[in-house]
Design a protein around this ligand. Sequence first.
Ligand SMILES: Cc1ncc(COP(=O)(O)O)c(C=O)c1O
Length: 388
Amino acid sequence: MPKHMTETRQIYLDNAATTRVDARVASVVSECMLESYGNPSSAHCAGIEAERRVRTATSQLAKAIGDPDGSFGRILWTSGGTESDAMGVLGAGRTKKKARKVVVSAIEHPAVKQSAAMLSEMGWEFVELAVGARGVATVEAVHEAVDADTGVMAIMLVNNEIATIAPIAELATAARELSPEIHVHCDAVQALGKIEVNVAELGADSVAFAAHKLHGPKGVGALWLKNGARIRPFWAGGGQQGGLRSGTDNVPGIAGMGAAAELACEDLSARQAAHQAFAATIITACKEAGLRFQVNAETATRAPHVLSLAFDACPAEPLLHVLESRGVLVSAGSACAEKSRKPSPVLTAIGVPKTHGTLRISFGRDTTAEDITTASEILIDAVRSFQS
Ligand SMILES: Cc1ncc(COP(=O)(O)O)c(C=O)c1O
């Protein structure tokens, strides 16, 4: 354990940023590095063994995302959520001959927004879809933004700051009525292992995932690509993965992601219930302590692993550091620029007041009820020191 973790007991509540690798996943990765070290493209037995590891992981992930026998689409292994989003937005946009408009929701991750911005550098019109105070894109907003010229639309399934869940299938249907050839991309990086994900019912042409959000290793992710959907590869090379993503497969990472996805589904409902209870405990404790705060996107349907709280008269960054000094690690954000941070476009889009500092508290498989009780006491003390 790193030295800084032994000095104060650390309560890690930043699982939306990344998660600790599950010990069972770590042993799959390590075993794969030591034993299945062949190149899956090699014709000999070591290559065949490595290829078997990739195939196993592909079926584990396919099952976890609701396409167990791959009849709806294929899985491409990538270096993580960012690459998967780039493929689904920019890679898909680059296949379009006529369409010249890209529409993304106002609360997308920079991996999506910046990929759309790259299309706009190529002459595309870039339109942001409003999400309103509830933090969810609506069919009306799609009707306003999408037209026959729209080649790509990207809407995330679960937002990484406020955890709102978007009705992707409904939005995709509305978009296709206006632009039948549109490619709909969905960033499901914060959804897998947190809510049920079923790519067969989602209505998207491509869906992005990342292993490190579900107690898997960093630097590995996947793009699910629907049958018939097209993307243009970013680079050429040995032609691996059907030529869509050349380069030797990251076999240990892929095996780790497969194992992580399988485990994430096994204990999903128990974890959802635990995380809902954790959020309720924190909210109740803050209310009983008389703190002035709001739950961001309170009325929207949200994934249970993230609780976003905006505290009146509390600067987010200093609050984060007070908590850190007492061993509680969370993320901070606000709708106004602080010294070291830009305003959060997500909090700005949903209208969080500029006077409020937001904490994103996010739970993982390791979070315990005891952690939450202790963290709530520390949080109340810290916020009181600003609000009194
Ligand atoms: C919603 C969302 N999309 C994409 C990413 C990028 O994923 P990665 O860090 O694996 O590149 C993240 C990670 O923060 C995310 O939360």
